[in-house]
Design a protein around this ligand. Structure first.
Ligand code: VLP
Length: 134
C-alpha cells in the first residue's frame, strides 16, 4: 500500500528557498515577501490521485494530478512558466519532473513520522522544506 499524504501540513523549516527563487527568476520584492511566509499544504490523496494546495497570506497554489499521467502545469502566481509535469512513485516518495524552460526542475515529497518533507529543485539549486502535521 502506498504512502498516504492526506492532511494539513504547516511549514517549520526552509533551507535555500532564496536560491531556488533566484533560479526561477523571481524578482527581489516578491522574494522578500515570499521568504517570510509560512505556507500550509493541504493534501487530498485518493489512491494515485492528488490535490495539493499550498496556501499562504500572500499567494496560493493548486496542483492536481494522477501519478504516472503527464499534465500541463501552469505555475500561475509562482514564476508563471508552463511545464509538462509528471509525478511518479519512488518507493514511498512522490517525485515530480517539471519539463520546460528551466533545466532540472522538479520536486520530491515524502513523509517521516508526523513530518512532510519537500525538496524543490531548479537548475543547480535545491531547497529543502519540512512541514509538520497540523
Ligand atoms: C515562487 C516559488 C510565493 C515564489 C513566489 C511566490 C504558494 C509539492 C509542490 C506542489 C511546490 C511548491 C513550489 C513553491 C514555489 C514558490 C508564494 C508561496 C505560496 O509544491 O508539494 O505544488 O512545488
Amino acid at each position: 500500500m502506498p504512502a498516504n499524504f492526506s492532511g494539513i501540513w504547516n511549514l517549520t523549516t526552509s533551507d535555500n528557498f532564496e536560491g531556488y527563487m533566484l533560479a526561477l527568476g523571481i524578482d527581489f520584492a516578491t522574494r522578500k515577501i515570499a521568504k517570510m511566509l509560512k505556507p500550509q499544504k493541504t493534501i487530498e490523496q485518493d489512491g494515485d490521485s492528488f490535490t495539493i494546495r499550498t496556501t499562504s497570506t500572500f499567494r496560493n497554489y493548486l496542483v492536481q494530478f494522477k501519478v504516472g499521467e503527464e499534465f500541463e502545469e501552469d505555475n500561475k502566481g509562482l514564476d508563471g512558466r508552463k511545464c509538462k509535469s509528471v509525478v511518479s512513485w519512488d518507493n514511498d516518495k512522490l517525485v515530480c519532473v517539471q519539463t520546460g524552460e528551466k533545466r532540472n526542475r522538479g520536486w520530491t515529497n515524502w513523509i517521516e513520522g508526523d513530518e512532510l518533507y519537500l525538496e524543490i529543485r531548479c537548475e543547480d539549486q535545491v531547497c529543502n522544506q519540512v512541514y509538520k502535521k497540523a
